[in-house]
Design a protein around this ligand. Structure first.
Ligand code: PMP
Length: 452
């Protein structure tokens, strides 16, 4: 059996996967490989080909694959005789992890307490929505176009993308969407600072107008930089206004930092750029150091839970706390936030240079090591904002050709028209150079295929 396995190719494994697993699988359709091993920023498939990993578990692997400190934390944990799992009972490890995590929350975590949730980002979003309702006695939630918060019923209800929602008929009720700013495609058709000002005004007007048609919400949920929505950074003035208005009306501001959190964007949390403190911060992905872990940082005044009012068996994954603690240590010791800022800045600059030569790259955006390139059809006429039509087909082809050239990329945005880079934060200068070289190769092959 083992010998037979050694001879299986990518294609064999993919055929077997298609037989074993539901039609719901998604990444294998875009990145058709079977992974044999991985180290740092590199992934090797079963055919021996290596790839530079700019997907990194959808941003989960802040320290890359199998980082020494992560591996050591796991081996030490296993040797320690500690329990793997404790529900929400405490341990010295959980105690140390909690202290270290609180210390990196905005304001050094002074006003926050933690809630350990079920292990996924969506689990934590569900908890946040329920807590906001509990704390305010209200039921409506405001979310934003392009937002992504997960696939469970509540989290999906506050997610913008209607694709996965269309066949699910009764999602959580009481969700109102408002337009999220977009640098390249202002949803009000105004653009620039005037567009941001109008969106900011619209938000406060909507909350304060007693005839807006919506009663005061329990919560506003948003990402400070939308990830799956196509790497859209929220303007600082808009975020500050939302903080001001939500505070004034006792609305719980939930900032979903599942993807942006833990130094990815050049700050420990993306909302810190605006100097705002959310009432609830949703955290997952990177904080588990590769193992499943999700938490809320809750401003104590909103900690309205009765004991046991929310629970979940897998709140007590001790090994994920060990890897999480190791992650926090490395992030701080190596100042990976500053590195994300510096290397991300360099990548963004190089991508902007490419943009000058390839007009199909409509816009390069993002912060730190969370970057997006909006792919457009340069053969069409621009709209009134001077933005070209989206070209999701070309974006998909770029992803495929980058894959062939050994670069794993994610896509996001409307119909997947934004090519996204989420490399591990430990990436070095040479590897950044390789990303650009491979991206350009993938781009030119895709253009040769579709623009010939
Ligand atoms: N919120 C954000 C901002 C996310 O990016 C994601 C996952 N991409 C989630 C929530 C959901 O996390 P999970 O897939 O672990 O449920």
């Amino acid at each position: 059996m083992r010998a037979a396995q050694l001879h299986r190719t990518n294609a064999d494994y993919l055929t077997r996967q298609a037989k074993f697993e539901s039609n719901v699988r998604s990444y294998p359709r875009k990145l058709p490989l079977a992974i044999a091993k991985a180290q740092g920023v590199w992934v090797t498939d079963v055919d021996g080909k290596t790839y530079l990993d700019c997907l990194a578990g959808a941003g989960t692997l802040a320290l890359g694959h199998n980082h020494d400190e992560i591996v050591t934390s796991i081996t030490n944990f296993l040797a320690s005789g500690m329990p793997m799992h404790t529900l929400d009972l405490t341990t010295p490890l959980k105690d140390a992890f909690s202290e270290a995590l609180l210390a990196v929350l905005p304001g050094n975590g002074r006003d926050y307490c933690l809630q350990f949730c079920g292990p996924s980002g969506a689990d934590a979003v569900e908890a946040a929505l329920k807590l906001a309702k509990t704390a305010t006695g209200r039921s409506n939630i405001i979310s934003f176009s392009g937002g992504y918060h997960g696939m469970t019923h509540g989290a999906l209800a506050v997610t913008g993308n209607s694709g996965p929602k269309n066949s699910i008929h009764t999602l959580m009720a009481g969700v109102q969407f408002l337009p999220y700013p977009h640098e390249y495609r202002c949803p009000l058709g105004i653009g620039g600072d005037a567009g941001i000002q109008a969106l900011t005004y619209y938000f406060s007007q909507f909350i304060e107008d007693v005839e807006s048609g919506v009663s005061l919400p329990a919560a506003v949920i948003l990402e400070a930089i939308q990830g799956e929505g196509g790497v859209n950074p929220a303007p600082i003035s808009w975020l500050r206004k939302i903080r001001e208005v939500t505070r004034k009306h006792g609305i719980v501001l939930i900032v979903d930092e599942v993807q942006t959190g833990f130094a990815r964007t050049g700050d420990m949390f993306a909302c810190e750029q605006a100097g705002i403190e959310p009432d609830i911060i949703v955290m997952s992905k990177a904080i588990g150091g590769g193992l499943p872990l999700a938490l809320l940082g809750i401003k104590r005044q909103f900690d309205a839970w009765a004991p046991g009012a929310h629970s979940g068996t897998f709140r007590g994954n001790q090994m994920a706390m060990a890897t999480g603690l190791a992650t926090l240590k490395v992030l701080q010791q190596q100042d990976l936030a500053a590195q994300a800022q510096q290397r991300g800045g360099w990548l963004k600059q190089q991508l902007s240079l490419l943009q000058q030569r390839y007009p199909s790259l409509g816009q390069v955006r993002g912060r730190g090591l969370m970057l997006g390139i909006e792919i457009v059809d340069e053969r069409q006429a621009p709209d009134a904002l001077n933005s070209l039509p989206m070209d999701a087909e070309l974006a998909a082809a770029i992803q495929q050709h980058c894959f062939k050239h050994g670069l794993l990329l994610e896509r996001g945005g409307r119909n997947g028209n934004v090519v996204r880079l989420l490399p591990p934060l430990i990436i070095d200068d040479e590897q950044c150079g390789l990303i650009i070289a491979r991206f350009e190769k993938g781009l030119t092959s895709a253009l040769a295929q579709l623009r010939a």
